[in-house]
Design a protein around this ligand. Structure first.
Ligand code: NAD
Length: 260
């Protein structure tokens, strides 16, 4: 059903974004990758995942904190792929500090990348989706879109904002063939979280395995990390016909974190 559609997955050179791109590619979806760092490896991996369907894989290096570059990403997708059918707003960064010590530049960067970028991609993608009569917008929020943790004021503000934005746009599109939802993962062991594991190991003077166990034990009752594969498969479900009346939801995949 998704074969031949085109997805933009922001921040997909690593972690969750790459997992989502791989799951969509396996369904025959053409993929526009985005993000920093090494590109050829992820591009080849995604192409291999969609090989049976002969998918097309592109890349655009837009810095998602810069509206003009986001416009260039959307224009590239229109020109090279005929438009964006599935928009996965995933690019995100983290910074941990008490609010009175929080660097102003980090606050601005987190709000720009984790929140405002979704406004820009959405406003630019929606007209084409409506015109073609189908669309899916999926925002990678977080448990921190629903509850808070200390020392993460910018991240929590941005993710709560992203959940609110998801609901507002879902209402605006409620009678259209475009659905808008958020996914709220708990801990996922990606480079973003590895930094927090390393910081915890240093602070508690324990090894990496013990630091992981302590992070999980504090928040995630299942004591297991959510995986990029699980998030990719949830994304595929939200793109399916079965999910066509799922609108404005913030869907947790958090090992019980927010049930507490
Ligand atoms: P990650 O660090 O592995 O990947 C982040 C991706 O975003 C990379 O591809 C990176 O290059 C890209 N990126 C960063 N800044 C960018 C910018 N300015 N422009 C374009 N791309 C940029 O992180 P991840 O853990 O996979 O996180 C992905 C998303 O999931 C984020 O929005 C994050 O907040 C969210 N999330 C992560 C977890 C977790 O436990 N890892 C939990 C909940 C939510």
């Amino acid at each position: 059903m998704l074969k031949g559609k085109t997805a933009i997955v922001t921040g997909s050179t690593s972690g969750i974004g790459l997992g989502v791109a791989l799951s969509l590619a396996r369904q025959g979806v053409n993929i526009v990758l985005n993000g920093f760092g090494e590109v050829e490896g992820p591009k080849a991996e995604v192409a291999a995942a969609g090989q049976a369907h002969g998918i097309k894989v592109g890349y655009h290096g837009a810095d998602m904190s810069k509206p003009a570059e986001i416009e260039a990403l959307m224009a590239y997708t229109d020109a090279e792929f005929g438009g964006c059918d599935i928009l996965v707003n995933n690019a995100g960064i983290q910074f941990v500090a008490p609010v009175e010590e929080f660097p102003v530049e980090r606050w601005d960067a987190i709000i720009a990348i984790n929140l405002s970028s979704a406004f820009h991609t959405t406003r630019l993608a929606l007209p084409g989706m409506k015109q073609r009569g189908w669309g899916r917008i999926i925002n990678l929020a977080s448990v921190h879109g629903l509850v808070a943790s200390a020392q993460k004021s910018a991240y929590v503000a941005a993710k709560h904002g992203l959940v609110g934005f998801t609901k507002a746009v879902a209402l605006e599109t409620a009678t259209s063939p475009v659905t808008v939802n958020a996914i709220c993962p708990g801990w996922v062991l990606t480079p973003l979280v590895q930094k927090q594991v390393d910081a915890r190991a240093l602070a508690d003077k324990v090894d990496g395995e013990e630091a992981k166990r302590r992070l999980l034990a504090e928040k995630q009752p299942s004591l297991q990390f959510t995986t990029p594969e699980q998030l990719g498969e949830l994304t595929v479900f939200l793109c399916s016909d079965a999910a066509s009346n799922v609108r404005g939801q913030a869907w947790s995949l958090d090992g019980g974190w927010t049930a507490q």
